[in-house]
Design a protein around this ligand. Structure first.
Ligand SMILES: [Zn+2]
Length: 332
């Protein structure tokens, strides 16, 4: 240790398919080095944790640094965690679901570095707030739209984790209490209406019903090829069915965002994740819905914006989480 404050941390995104790791300058949020390898999750959690540790050692070597130059490691994890014990509790997208796996201590033992873990979308939220689209304001809500709808909250300049460390599951806000069953066990959650698969399903239904829409031409009438991106391409040609699908998805997001405005009064709402690339198609109806519906707070002060850090938000946020959580703690 040279006594200078540590400014380089490793951020990691543990995905069901890929393991991403980056060395992040936590003063600027810059990604200095990054690496991406397959998770090979089917090999089980022991093997995956060994691959993670090897990846961290290797990325430090590639950057021509020593392990001592790294302040710690932050890992974004797709599921429910016990932050106190540093264990995973339930990772629905990984084989075996990782019940009570001591991820934090295992990686710390294998690398000799202190480790902090955090839910993956909360990592994205923290990254976007500190270095991306949420910069400069102290209350932010994030909607991450992909295979599901994830979320996160920063309130009064702090990542809000709530009881059990699980707050921020904005995709499971109820839009319609009579709605279809959600994967979480509740009914009519936002995720049922506005996730990537939900948007694709609206396109599939339109084509299957024989409606006249460009979506059918673009997928060559193969329903399995319909994605949110393909529907967006149809909408860009002013196809009314495709535009209506995004109008609906944006409306549902706006309904959920209205509840967020009323409950926490965020200064900014950030929409990110794979589906957010469609931009105004989704954000316009979302924003319109919020402006029309919210009257109990100064809704004109709430900005609704797209994420800025893209696929790096998670590793940047995880690294910054490790830095905030571990501080300048001395290693032995
Ligand atoms: Zn749900």
């Amino acid at each position: 240790m040279n006594g200078l404050p540590m400014k380089r941390y490793i951020g990691c995104d543990l995905g069901g398919t890929n393991l991403r790791a980056a060395i992040v300058d936590i003063e600027t949020g810059a990604v200095l080095h990054h690496s991406n390898i397959p998770t090979l999750a089917r090999e089980g959690h022991e093997a995956v944790m060994q691959r993670m540790a090897d990846l961290f050692v290797q990325i430090v070597q590639t950057a021509r640094l020593q392990m001592d130059d790294i302040g710690g490691i932050g890992i974004g994890v797709p599921g429910v965690l016990d932050l106190k014990k540093g264990e995973t509790l339930f990772l629905p997208n990984l084989p075996g679901t990782w019940p009570h796996v001591p991820l934090r201590d295992t990686i710390s033992n294998l690398t000799g570095l202190p480790v902090a873990i955090l839910n993956d979308v909360r990592s994205i939220t923290y990254g976007e707030w500190k270095f991306g689209a949420g910069r400069g304001v102290n209350s932010v809500a994030v909607f991450a739209i992909g295979t599901g709808v994830g979320g996160g909250l920063v309130i009064n300049g702090q990542l809000y984790l709530g009881a059990g460390g699980i707050a921020g599951e904005l995709g499971h806000m109820v839009i319609d209490y009579n709605g279809p069953r959600c994967g979480c066990g509740n009914y009519g959650c936002l995720e049922v209406y506005a996730s990537g698969p939900a948007i694709a399903a609206m396109g599939m239904k339109a084509v299957a019903q024989g409606l006249t829409t460009k979506i059918g031409d673009l997928c060559e009438y193969d329903l399995n090829r319909i994605t949110p991106e393909l529907i967006a391409r149809a909408a860009e040609t002013d196809d009314p069915i495709a535009m209506d699908i995004y109008e609906k998805a944006g409306f549902y997001l706006g309904v959920a965002a209205s509840s967020i405005c009323a409950s926490i009064g965020p200064r900014r709402i950030v929409v990110t994740g794979g589906v957010a690339h469609v931009g105004r198609l989704l954000l316009e109806p979302m924003e319109r819905t919020v402006r029309e519906r919210v009257h109990v707070m100064p809704v004109e002060q709430v900005e609704i914006v797209q994420g800025q850090l893209g696929g790096d938000a998670g590793v940047i946020g995880a690294a910054y989480w490790a830095a905030s959580r571990l501080g300048q703690q001395t290693r032995s």
